[in-house]
Design a protein around this ligand. Structure first.
Ligand code: PEP
Ligand code: MG
Length: 886
């Protein structure tokens, strides 16, 4: 089994085996860039070690062979007293886990080689002893679990004794003394002397890196970032180069483009006479990378040349770590760099212009989640606002409101029309009503999978979690941050994308990308690189996608907006809102009707109102299909709540008023009360139970279509029956509908399709039969998920999903992203059996999943014809459908 690879043996595509760092070091080595020589121990070796607690057979010999080759290449021996080879031992997993695992530098130093190192460094004793004390400190802490503070205290003592303010004020003698102190600390805690044998140092360091895969912080980070727990880390053993050998040495980081904006230019930081850890620790201030041109022009020019080569080679933004040792540039790391959503689009567009990638590849460089981020409203931060705290951007958006500390107060203030921000240490299911009432949620504890974060994302509500600078005092109704006290009622602004918290009201504006989709920014005539890139990539996505994108809209205004956003029709027009507002009274009359005449009168009064709604929508969607769904929710949802009604009746009776009507209503509400209304009298069942209700809706739709057709509009109505579980239900509704359609379209022909939702598991399982009676299917994956899992969609998110996420039972709510294996299987079965029974059956999805990036790929793969989603999600669905199509 090969466990060790020389850098020259690997390449960038071996991240599984060599980890990201190792694979890229190998790639740079093979490109001929100056990488300090070294080798990588594979993730396989790590996994074998973690499984058994012992190095796998053969590993020690392979390390010895590679070390010998390294020594030959460098002309030095590890820890040689006269001229030592020193190495760093660095972790590096497949996915970057910054700072979560261990690294040990300067391995190979001991009481004798420290002298050789000083000689090698031109007699720089200070440098040699400083390197040695760093080894004991890092090795002690990471390999042998010696408490880090003890070393820090000893260092502070040495500085105090000397009257020194920084480490740099300590001279060689001070550091020699410190090495002795560190060794004493080491032996006190470990019961042994600091190991002087270089190979033993190396083996123990490698073992420690393996073990750091399971360090608590690494485990937490992986869970947070959804990185699988069984990948293991590779270990890189790299020849040490020193950036701290004097003013002609230094270390820095560089990006080949700006990771924030994506724009070209020179981005990075440099620190002269320092090692990488000094940069991270922020001991001294770095200078902008451009300064390096003045400090060391040769290295600077060389670096820029390497950066250009790396970009050309990786065809993407790269970030780089480098060190200059006495005027010689060394490349220590590179990888395809992380970037903001805006930069992702801008860079993809630029790389196409530069001929490095084509538009198909550009589509793969961006995603719908990034586009969605670019569509959130944003704070206009061009003036005085400074954040007072920074937490985790748990659910994106920009929210402004008055601070409240309890759910009850949130509900109270919101009822008065005030925007509120609910501030809690952490939330729990009792806070649900307050969260619903708030514009945003701010907590001082918890990460991306905390209750607050999960519930807020489920609601599409802005949330900043884990802002631990906030000192929250719930009984006092105040919090303090940055020396200021914020009371209930004070205004704060929270940014759920960046996690930043501001005091006061920060102005909010629609993003440029939304302005572009709205049609108010013309990409041909403005100079905004982001809008231009979005335009170009969206145009290509549209050209490449097979899936049609429709929208869920039930008002003319939503329909119009969605059409501007690129919707190619309406996939779900819910008709229930058409029964609200002033029309409630008509619904009451319908429910209370004592005979056929009263009922027919109530329906007749609703008819023209519904017809007018449909006329408006057909007009906005001129020429495009509009799927209208017959009424779905239980009728009592249109009546006042039971308790309120009971109180009203009692009060009125008390006053001696005539309450005959209210009593009748109350009796009806009692009669219609259901324990599980979502499993009760709703959807097609209403149509079968209440004579004339569906007929009225079918008539309104068809008459509206006829009226539009007479006025030069092209209506394409599709009538959809909800909650069907058996073909007989659909056949009954359909027979009546066809009669009405034939009658209404006698003089002005309009084609009206009749289809059904597939949202009850039984419908999916009997799709072959149902297809005989349906011209189209639309998957209602909200109900299909609810009934497939047996999760009440109205309750679970706040009640227990956070726990399911914490336990990893699922990685994301199945209401957010389709559960491909379970609920998705129902979709697949219904697709196959439906099409087998009726070739050409039109298939779409109109549950929330229609706008979810991952789900869109699933629906593409299953072979649906279209997805339908809320207007704001239409661009996201277009983009993802395009990505699925290339
Ligand atoms: C569904 O169930 O997925 C659906 C679209 O219908 P509703 O959300 O209105 O129940
Ligand atoms: Mg439904």
């Amino acid at each position: 089994h090969k466990y060790v690879y020389d850098f020259a043996e690997g390449n960038k595509d071996q991240k599984d085996l060599l980890g990201g760092k190792g694979a890229n070091l190998a790639e740079m080595t093979n490109l001929g860039l100056p990488v300090p020589p070294g080798f990588t121990i594979t993730t396989e070796a790590c996994k074998a070690y973690l499984a058994t607690g012992e190095e796998p057979a053969g590993l020690a010999g392979q390390i010895a062979a590679h070390l010998a080759a390294l020594e030959r290449a460098m002309g030095k021996r590890l820890g040689d007293p006269a001229d030592p080879l020193l190495v760093s031992v660095r972790s590096g997993a497949k996915f970057s886990m910054p700072g979560m695992m261990d690294t040990v530098l300067n391995v190979g130093l001991n009481d004798r080689s420290v002298v050789g190192l000083a000689a090698q460094a031109g007699g720089n004793e200070r440098f040699a002893w400083d390197s040695y004390r760093r080894l004991i400190q890092m090795f002690g802490k990471t390999v042998c679990d010696v408490p880090g503070e003890e070393f820090e205290h000893a260092l502070d003592d040495a500085k105090r004794a000397k009257g020194a303010t920084t480490d740099l004020d300590l001279d060689a003698d001070d550091l020699r003394g410190l090495v002795d102190a560190f060794k004493r600390i080491f032996s006190k805690h470990t019961g042994r002397e600091f190991p002087q044998e270089p190979r033993e140092q190396l083996d123990l360091a490698i073992r420690a890196v393996f073990e750091s895969w399971n360090a608590e912080r690494a485990v937490v980070y992986r869970r947070q970032e959804r990185i699988p727990a069984d990948l293991g880390t590779a270990v890189n053993v790299v020849t040490m180069v020193f950036g701290n050998l004097g003013p002609d040495s230094g270390t820095g980081v560089a990006f080949t483009r700006d990771p924030a904006s994506g724009l070209q230019g020179i981005y990075g930081d440099y620190l002269a006479n320092a090692q990488g850890e000094d940069v991270v620790a922020g001991i001294r201030n770095t200078v902008p990378l451009q300064e390096l041109e003045r400090i060391d022009k040769k290295s600077y020019d060389e670096l820029l040349g390497f950066m250009a080569r790396l970009e050309e080679h990786y065809k993407d933004l790269c970030d780089i770590e480098f060190t200059i040792e006495r005027g010689k540039l060394w490349m220590l790391q590179t990888r395809v760099g992380k970037r903001t959503a805006a930069a992702a689009f801008v860079i993809a567009g630029q790389l196409v212009d530069e001929g490095l990638i084509d538009l198909d590849e550009a589509l793969h460089r961006v995603n719908g989640a990034q586009l969605a981020q670019l569509m959130f409203p944003r704070f206009q931060l061009d003036h005085e606002f400074q954040p007072v705290a920074k937490g985790i951007g748990a659910s994106p958006g920009a929210a402004v409101g008055k601070v409240v500390f309890t759910s009850a107060r949130a509900v109270e203030l919101a009822a008065e029309g005030e925007p509120v921000i609910l501030v809690r240490r952490e939330t729990n299911p009792d806070d649900l009503n307050g969260m619903i009432a708030s514009k945003g949620i701010l907590t001082s504890r918890g990460g991306k999978t905390s209750h607050a974060a999960v519930v807020a994302r489920g609601m599409g509500k802005t949330c900043v979690s884990g802002a631990d600078e906030l000192d929250i005092n719930i009984p006092q109704r105040e919090f303090t941050v940055a020396g200021q006290t914020v009371n209930e009622g004070d205004v704060v602004s929270i940014d759920g994308t960046t996690g930043k918290v501001y005091l006061g009201e920060v102005p909010v504006m629609p993003s440029e990308v939304v302005q572009y989709f709205e049609g108010s920014l013309d990409p041909e005539h403005i100079d905004n690189p982001l809008v231009k890139a979005v335009h170009r990539i969206m145009t290509h996505a549209d050209a490449k996608r097979r899936l049609v994108v429709r929208t869920n809209a039930d008002t003319a205004a939503d329909a119009a907006r969605a059409r501007r956003f690129g919707a190619q029709g309406i996939g779900l027009c819910r008709t229930e809102h058409m029964f609200l507002g002033d029309r409630r009274e008509l619904v009451e009359r319908l429910i209370l009707a004592r005979d056929e005449t009263e009922r027919d009168n109530a329906l007749a009064a609703l008819l023209p109102l519904q017809r007018a709604d449909f006329v408006e929508i057909f007009r906005e969607m001129d020429g495009l299909p509009v799927t209208v769904r017959l009424i779905d929710p239980p009728l009592h949802e249109f009546l006042p709540p039971l308790e309120q009604l009971a109180v009203n009746v009692a009060v009125a009776q008390e006053r001696g008023e005539d309450v005959a009507k209210e009593e009748a209503l109350l009796a009806a509400v009692r009669r219609m009360h259901e324990q599980n209304p979502m499993l009760g009298l709703r959807g097609v069942r209403l149509g079968l139970v209440i004579p004339g209700l569906f007929a009225m809706q079918v008539r309104a739709i068809t008459e509206a279509a006829v009226e539009c057709a007479r006025n030069g509009v092209t209506p394409r109505p599709e009538i959809m029956v909800p909650l069907v579980g058996a073909v007989q239900e659909l056949e009954t509704v359909r027979a009546e509908a066809e009669r009405i359609i034939a009658e209404v379209t006698r003089e002005q022909p309009v084609e009206v399709l009749i289809g059904t939702m597939i949202e009850v598991p039984r419908a999916a399982l009997t799709a072959g039969q149902i297809a005989e009676a349906a011209q189209f299917f639309s998957f209602g994956t909200n109900d299909l998920t609810q009934m497939g899992w047996g999760f009440s969609r109205d309750d679970v998110e706040g009640a227990f999903f956070w726990r399911y996420l914490e336990l990893g039972i699922f990685g994301i709510s199945p209401f957010e992203s389709i559960d491909a294996e379970g609920v998705g299987r129902l979709v697949r079965i219904a697709t196959e059996e439906g099409r087998a029974a009726r070739p050409g059956l039109k298939l779409g999805v109109c549950g929330e999943h229609g706008g979810d990036p991952e789900s869109v790929h699933f629906f593409h793969e299953v072979g649906l014809d279209y997805v339908s989603c809320s207007p704001f999600r239409v661009p996201v669905a277009r983009l993802e459908a395009g990505r699925a199509g290339v």
